[in-house]
Design a protein around this ligand. Structure first.
Ligand code: 2AM
Length: 178
């Protein structure tokens, strides 16, 4: 099963991100845009594993306080078949400490093999090709700055169900008091 560890986002974040993705979609001639219920922050992508047990053990070992999360400006990862558009997150110390602790715990279970630097982002759309008349500056100016507290991490399963990319929680780990 395809697993990753994520931060769930509050409903007002999902509303704002959904709006941003819809406005981006309206200005695009191609792209797959994130469905409202799928918005999350990935802290660690684990890939295909035979089961959730080792990831649950790793999460049980994560002992860090809850932290605050704040959005940062949007950005893009260019690709051959179009561009991935995202909203960034501030690399605040609490977020980075939680990610570090998680990577150490995953490594302890033999689950960590992603050498890429951590670039916290919320994906709005993949394989996007914009229309010529898209006003990126106006789109960016309309993005609200969002802040929330994070008090748990979630082990998620990614599946295609009837052709739809679907994420489902398998286990939640509560974080400590700051
Ligand atoms: P993305 O939003 O940048 O595509 C579920 O697929 C989550 O895991 C998504 O947030 C996705 O990030 C991330 N993900 C998928 N494949 C990945 C990979 N090879 N390396 C890192 N993260 C990945």
């Amino acid at each position: 099963m395809r697993l990753f560890i994520a931060v769930d986002l509050p409903e007002p974040w999902k509303d704002a991100l959904d709006q941003a993705a819809r406005r981006l979609a309206a200005g695009s001639r191609q792209g797959t845009f994130t469905r409202r219920e799928n918005f999350h922050l990935t802290l660690a992508f684990l890939g295909e594993l035979p089961g959730p047990e080792a990831a649950v053990r790793a999460l049980e070992q994560v002992r860090v306080p809850g932290f605050s999360l704040t959005t940062a400006p949007p950005g893009r990862f260019p690709g051959g078949r179009g561009t991935l558009w995202w909203v960034g997150l501030e690399p605040a110390p609490g977020l980075l400490a939680a990610r570090e602790a998680l990577v150490r715990a995953l490594d302890g279970q033999g689950l960590w093999m992603d050498p890429k630097p951590f670039l916290p982002h919320l994906t709005l759309g993949r394989q996007v090709r914009l229309r010529e008349d898209f006003d990126a500056a106006a789109w960016e100016a309309a993005l609200p700055r969002l802040t929330c507290r994070v008090d748990r991490l979630t082990l998620m399963r990614s599946q295609r169900i009837q052709g739809r990319l679907t994420y489902g929680p398998l286990y939640r780990r509560r974080l400590g008091k700051p």
